[in-house]
Design a protein around this ligand. Sequence first.
Ligand code: NAD
Length: 259
Amino acid sequence: MHLRDKVIVVTGGASGIGQALCRRFWAEGARGVVVADRDAEGARKVAAEIGGLALPVDVSNEPEIVRLVEQATAAFGPIDLFCSNAGIAGEPGGPEVANASWQKTWEVNVMAHVYAARAVLPAMLARGQGYLLQTASAAGLLTQVGAAPYSVTKHAAVAFAEWLAITYADRGIKVSCLCPMGVHTKLLDETIGPVRDMLRAEVLEPEAVAETVIAGLAAEQFLILPHPQVAEYVRRKASDHDRWLRGMRRLQDQWGVGR
Ligand code: NAD
């Protein structure tokens, strides 16, 4: 997909990767960019900068997603590309993390993607075209040492994106799944210390991620990997799972997290 004259919604558009996507989509000649975020003030700033429309939304609240889609469509016409990008790091830890915290991470990192697909697909299917960009994470293909809620929900986000790509391909719907490792954003700053420090070694700026997204959307490629080494890590995991688990345990020991 090329972005000239397209109508695009980006959740989590006030900050980090989402903000860089909004700016880049506008620079590519999009007709309308909707900056959707629970941070209304941040969204307003980004929208003002690019001549887009800021809409406040909590992506984990389905009626708010429905309203977002209605308002975006009323402002610019049918949505061509919906980027389900908002996400949270969740709490570090595993089974000991409280249910309410697991649930919150599940709602923002997974159910928000379900609500968005449910809200945008009918119009896209009626037109026989539409594009969904789902921001998951390399943690959804591999794992996030020290953070089970993030790992599990990002795996689910990848699974949902794959399912959409398989199910709707014959009906004109394209799907891409963005899976970065460390990106220099607020979310990374909030991630637990040792992991953050390790990730910093391979961290990208959000603008570099947006650049890869433009190329991935142009190629209509399912998996968009701003860190190309992730493809090799996934190959190693698939070819010998036990060896991969041993390697991850070594990383966990080096980083001093997870136990
Ligand atoms: P960020 O914190 O800079 O931006 C996330 C944005 O999402 C914020 O503006 C925040 O207000 C918004 N948001 C959070 N919860 C929301 C909700 N319930 N409703 C509406 N908006 C909400 O972080 P980022 O790194 O740009 O994160 C964007 C996406 O990229 C996330 O899905 C994250 O999991 C993913 N990701 C980030 C990294 C990284 O290292 N930064 C790596 C892999 C994947």
